[in-house]
Design a protein around this ligand. Sequence first.
Ligand code: SAM
Length: 365
Amino acid sequence: MGRVAELSGASVRMLHHYDRIGLVRPSARTSAGYRAYSAGDVERLREVLAFRRLGFGLREIADLVDDPAADTAARLRRLRGLLVEQRDRTAAMVAAIDRELEGRAMGIRTTPEEQLKVLGARLYERIGLDYPATRRTEPRIAARIQQALGDARTVLNVGAGTGSYEPADREVIAVEPSAVMRAQRPAGAAPCVAANAERLPFPDDAFDAAMAVSTVHHWPDPIAGLREMRRVARRVVVFTYDADTPGWLDRFWLTRDYLPEFGALLADRPSLADMARAIGGRAEPVPVPWDCADGFFEAHWRRPEAYLDERVRRAVSVWTRVGARAERRAVDGLRADLDSGRWAERNRELAALDSAELGLRLLVG
Ligand SMILES: C[S@@+](CC[C@H](N)C(=O)[O-])C[C@H]1O[C@@H](n2cnc3c(N)ncnc32)[C@H](O)[C@@H]1O
């Protein structure tokens, strides 16, 4: 027990307590006859400690680790999803505090309401209000989505946000967990349900098609969410990103030369191949037009000055998730290179392109 306590960072007292309440019982015996943790016990203990660290109560944890519907891999995926969510929430809190500190330095005080909001910060509750400033439907990408939806009459839009890309000529139901995003849906937009992709509140085969645009990378458990889409619809269309190709960070000058931290954000996400498998689909490249109307991360590849604009960055979660320090370094570096002509020199070939292959993909299954 001492050794397990030392390795895991748990106290011996805590381990005794888990043993007493039956949460993790050392079931093996040492050669001298003492009780010891088997490999299975250690696996269980690791889950218990991780859930504990996430703030779950012991009774809830018992239900989670004893869930008969989930095998070890499914439980690990759930745990991982919760940890990713916590990481994003922490990043949003750090960003909010950085902004408050900057404001204070300029003599601006945050209201008590704003101060409390920082504590409950969820990524899109935090950045959602900045979203509509530069995020809107890009017609050429919308046309690709329309084509992929085929003859579907009823469509579920998962992670729908403010409603970009929602087809106007079909019967649409939207799913969006963030209240801030839901509140910004225009009047007349499709009805919207507050739910997560991983647990869609609809019966099997309820829709002709399900779509998800620029959202899968935010889901705590993307594979579970994609399987849910597959369950509720006979056709699935997903606009996402390919981080499988070796050297993918070098595809875009912004990540290659200024913001390599982008790599860490996607490093622990499922591969494009696994996502395609989850919906039984294929991946089609989606080039980004030089004048892309939707201000997602890659949109301004031929308009580099745009990234110096705070409004452009705030509407893209990447900039909040990498943290204020990386953001500042990247923006300062880009500004200096634009001023000195170094950016233009390094990226001379871009001026002749009307669209660029930057790893964006449409999964159709
Ligand atoms: C970049 S926005 C995309 C919104 C919209 N699809 C668009 O193309 O403009 C990502 C959205 O995913 C939502 N989201 C985050 N986690 C989710 C989850 N687990 N299930 C469904 N949507 C989620 C966020 O609240 C946010 O509105």
